[in-house]
Design a binder for this molecule. Structure first.
Ligand SMILES: C[S@@+](CC[C@H](N)C(=O)[O-])C[C@H]1O[C@@H](n2cnc3c(N)ncnc32)[C@H](O)[C@@H]1O
Length: 457
């Protein structure tokens, strides 16, 4: 969006002396302004939602906690149900919106997210949207259109929702084609449906997972993860400040465990930030060297280590050029990937990623695999993992590594991951968002993850 009229009020410092403070937006309006800007940043400027949410000069930065929580909820739905929202709006638009309509598209989508999927009064969603359009130089010409479309949407809501195929509409075709080929039509559908639910809050305990589950009233999964319902401030949870846990999806916590007993062993954690696996390895007594090329992201690892009282050597470097002059007992390569396994947690991934990204990342992953092997002593263990559902970033890479690099397979056993047979596919770890179902959808599922273990010849 061009932001005119949709920006927050100027700070007191910037305001000329004597000028009156502009009126504070009515409750809920600041949240909608921020969501419109954030949605536009994702869909038009292709920025990952997390970078927009965390941007200190971004649209969420000045929101008060209550507005922020509302804005996050609306943005989450607008991204997760983006295909349905666009389909629904399209039913009332004869043609594409004019190019010179400013943030009108995002304003309509944000209002539609509320009308279709949230417990918000229709008239409030419509009137705020029309007001926001009115405040923008370009969108103001379409106030009438916005009003008419959104009113008709509210009237037709039930019939539209009954008519839509939510799994199809919210899943890009190339992803459903890939999942159908890899896992079958039934599983592809289950994955798409799992993506419509918010993911649970998963925690890894620094030491005693059972005690942490009891302390927080969470569920202890067979894999050792403590699971809570999503929502609420993580830093307000009992034990956060003292570093009793860190946030980590239950599937993301499995690859580090495949390295076995690492106490006293030299382990390189390549592509380590924000450090969930570094913390696991350090907590298990490994001498960890955590490598990431992003100094910014390594700061998060540093903060997490400080909070949990754990230690690791942090190295800012391109893993492809990392040359420590020593060999490691084990290497964990949690490679950069399309992240298509994390769509439940990051619904923007479905909107931002393209098949070409998978191809480019697969090439990088092979280079990183070769580098990882060169850092291992003979007999050392390599675990390669990605949070992707695409076999091109998982199984195909493991098969390539076995054909090309001095590696032997080391198939994993279900007992190593809490006895979850279903996740042990062909000796590899392969989790799907539809795995580990529970009665409460928001306590169900896992990130889509792949991991393979090898021994260096
Ligand atoms: C999937 S994330 C890693 C998540 C992390 N292992 C964890 O458990 O928290 C991938 C990371 O790879 C890093 N990365 C990407 N390319 C890299 C490279 N060539 N060398 C080092 N790090 C790289 C990114 O900065 C990012 O932090």
């Amino acid at each position: 969006m061009n932001g005119r009229g949709a920006r927050g009020p100027a700070s007191d410092r910037q305001r000329p002396r004597g000028q009156r403070r502009p009126p504070k937006p009515a409750p809920g309006v600041a949240a909608r302004i921020a969501v419109v800007a954030a949605l536009h940043a994702v869909t038009a400027n292709h920025r990952p939602a997390d970078t927009v949410l965390d941007d200190p000069s971004g649209p969420f930065a000045t929101l008060e906690p209550r507005e922020r929580a509302l804005a996050r909820a609306i943005l989450g739905i607008a991204l997760r149900r983006h295909g349905q929202i666009r389909d629904a709006l399209g039913r009332f638009l004869d043609k594409a919106l004019p190019k010179k309509s400013g943030p009108l598209g995002s304003i309509l989508e944000v209002a539609a997210a509320q009308i279709l999927f949230m417990d918000v009064a229709d008239h409030a969603a419509v009137s705020i949207a029309v007001d926001l359009a009115g405040q923008d130089r370009d969108a103001q010409h379409f106030k009438g259109l916005a009003n008419a479309v959104l009113r008709r949407l509210a009237e037709g809501r039930d019939a539209i929702l009954a008519d839509q195929d939510e799994a199809v509409l919210n899943t890009p075709r190339w992803l459903s084609t890939s999942w159908t080929a890899a896992y079958g039509a039934e599983s592809a559908l289950s994955i798409a449906l799992a993506h419509l639910e918010e993911a649970p809050l998963d925690l890894t305990a620094r030491s005693d997972a059972a005690a942490l589950a009891e302390r927080l009233g969470g569920t202890l999964l067979p894999t050792g993860t403590v699971r809570l319902l999503p929502g609420g401030a993580i830093d307000a949870l009992d034990g956060f400040a003292e570093g009793a846990f860190w946030v980590q999806d239950a599937a993301a916590a499995l690859p580090a465990r495949l390295l076995g007993d690492v106490a006293g062993r030299a382990v390189a954690d390549l592509c380590a930030a924000p450090g969930g696996k570094t913390l696991q390895l350090a907590a298990a007594g490994a001498l960890v060297t955590a490598v990431d090329h992003s100094a910014e992201r390594l700061k998060r690892v540093e903060q997490n280590l400080a909070r949990t009282g754990l230690s690791a050597r942090l190295v800012t470097a391109d893993a492809l050029a990392f040359d420590p002059g020593e060999l490691y007992d084990a290497v964990l390569l949690d490679a950069p990937c399309s992240a298509s396994g994390t769509i439940r947690r990051h619904p923007d991934v479905a909107l931002l990623k393209r098949p070409a990204d998978v191809a480019a990342l697969a090439e990088l992953q092979r280079k990183l695999l070769a580098r990882a092997v060169s850092l291992l002593r003979p007999g050392g263990i390599l675990v390669y993992s990605t949070c992707s559902l695409e076999p091109a970033e998982g199984e195909a890479q493991a098969e390539w590594a076995l054909r090309t690099l001095p590696l032997s397979p080391s198939p994993m056993q279900p007992a190593e991951i809490g006895g979850l047979d279903a996740l042990c596919r062909g000796g590899y770890l392969r989790s799907l968002p539809s795995d580990l179902p529970a009665d409460e959808p928001r306590l169900s599922g896992l990130d889509g993850f792949f991991a393979a273990r090898f021994v260096k010849n």
